[in-house]
Write a new protein. Structure first.
Length: 288
């Protein structure tokens, strides 16, 4: 993960005219229908969670943007208070709808906010390159999903969570899975993300300024894939895609689902940490 802010030009947000937006949506919808089952790989960044009340990093009021402004002695507006209950956005729920319809191969995400899992997206369709704040892991390979944030209140350089592995009397320390600055990405997850990316037929990048390596290169592993970037700010890869749309991710996904004639499932709170079927799926399919 990179602690960097954008300059004033890079931080500017743009919005497509409605006709342009509709054309962009129709173009990717046509390709999804053309390539069909499990043809779509989606890459998500912090921008898909801003409508849920979570700050992004490099937006006009993002975490790194604010820190850079404060360091320069500039006044910054007060941050909006996070909602007491943070729910998956419309975009998150759209991915569940695409999975239900059979179009989705995988969501590859650099988010660690846990909203992809909370949306009900099947674990086999999710790769979280930067980990998950609700997931802890053991060096034996065991992974655990919790209904709380696993990080200790006080910073621990070992990243230990204070709990021990319970599988096969292992008893080794569990550690948080969120990836820290300069920390390597999880090998199993990255390897699978590269494999899925090379096989992608349609690539949809949502809500990321594409400044973090190696995640920013993954959408281009297959040069023959049909590629789309949806982000309000410009990215270094805008000239390398078939469609570039400046739109809010919820709006784009709402229009895309309408064009594909697919329902967006309504969010309902799931008690995943106490669901034995989910926990078995999680243990067998969550790669870290």
């Amino acid at each position: 993960m990179a602690h960097t802010a954008l300059n004033d030009d890079e931080i500017t947000e743009y919005f497509d005219d409605n006709d342009v937006l509709i054309d962009n949506v129709k173009n990717i919808a046509d390709k999804i229908r053309e390539y069909g089952e499990e043809s779509l790989v989606i890459y998500t960044g912090a921008g898909i969670s801003t409508s849920s009340g979570i700050s992004d990093f490099r937006g006009p009021n993002g975490v790194w943007t604010r820190k850079a402004a404060i360091k320069q002695g500039k006044k910054v507006p007060k941050r909006k208070k996070k909602p007491s209950i943070i729910k998956p956005s419309l975009a998150h729920m759209s991915f569940v709808g695409l999975s239900n319809a059979g179009y989705l191969d995988c969501v590859i995400s650099t988010n660690c906010d846990g909203l992809h899992i909370k949306s009900g997206l099947p674990i086999k369709h999710l790769l979280e390159l930067h980990g998950n704040g609700n997931v802890e892991a053991c060096e034996c390979g065991s992974v655990y999903y919790r209904d709380f944030k696993v990080r200790k209140p006080k910073r621990d350089k070992t990243r230990a969570t204070g709990r021990l592995c319970e599988r096969n009397s292992c008893k080794r320390k569990l550690r948080q899975t969120t990836v820290a600055f300069n920390q390597s990405l999880p090998d199993l997850c990255l390897d699978e993300a590269e494999r899925r990316s090379k096989n992608a037929k349609v690539v949809l990048v949502l809500g990321t300024s594409m400044r973090v390596f190696p995640a920013c290169d993954l959408p281009f592993e297959n040069e023959d894939a049909y590629k789309v970037i949806v982000n309000l700010q410009k990215t270094p890869y805008d000239d390398d895609v078939d469609v570039r749309s400046f739109s809010k991710t919820d709006e784009f996904m709402s229009l895309l689902m309408e064009e594909l004639e697919l329902d967006i499932p309504k969010y309902k709170k799931l008690d995943l940490a106490n669901d034995p079927d989910f926990l078995e799926e999680f243990y067998n399919h969550y790669l870290f």
